[in-house]
Design a protein around this ligand. Structure first.
Ligand code: THU
Length: 133
């Protein structure tokens, strides 16, 4: 799948953001290794701390529907600035990443910069597990 298509899916997901506190709407789209695409938006909470970022919503959506590995994640907001995943989301994406997983960081006009997972989370923490777990 072309990254431009993935970005449009992320942008469409942004429409369902629940962000009444920050008013900062974010959408994300995950390209799974099997070619399937899953999306998500940020979902805020009045406790603030229970807020879920768009990237995690999209990854959890993918994994809960049977995807095993994440090839790429596109992220977009309404900001003129490029958006980058927070530290928690980097760790969550890393959990399901492959050797060449890429993160596509967009500005609101769908200009994008591509980063490898390794660039965004070097020396990441992972426990060794059997693949089936
Ligand atoms: N947010 C995301 O959804 N993804 C990011 O990469 C950064 C931040 C959300 C969390 C919160 O709902 C709002 O943006 C402001 O932090």
């Amino acid at each position: 799948m072309d990254y431009n298509e993935l970005i449009i899916i992320a942008e469409n997901a942004k429409a369902n953001a629940y962000a009444p506190y920050s008013r900062f709407r974010v959408g994300a789209a995950v390209l799974a290794e099997n070619g399937e695409v899953f999306s998500g938006a940020n979902i805020e909470n009045s406790t603030y701390g229970a807020t879920n970022c768009a990237e995690r919503t999209a990854v959890f959506n993918a994994i809960s529907k049977g995807a095993k590995k994440v090839k790429a994640v596109a992220i977009i907001s309404d900001s003129e600035d490029y958006i980058y995943p927070c530290g928690i989301c980097r760790q969550v994406i890393y959990e399901f990443s492959v050797e060449d997983t890429e993160i596509i960081c967009c500005d609101k006009n769908k200009n994008y910069k591509v980063y490898s997972m390794k660039e965004l989370l070097p020396y990441a923490f992972k426990l060794d597990i059997k693949e089936e777990e």
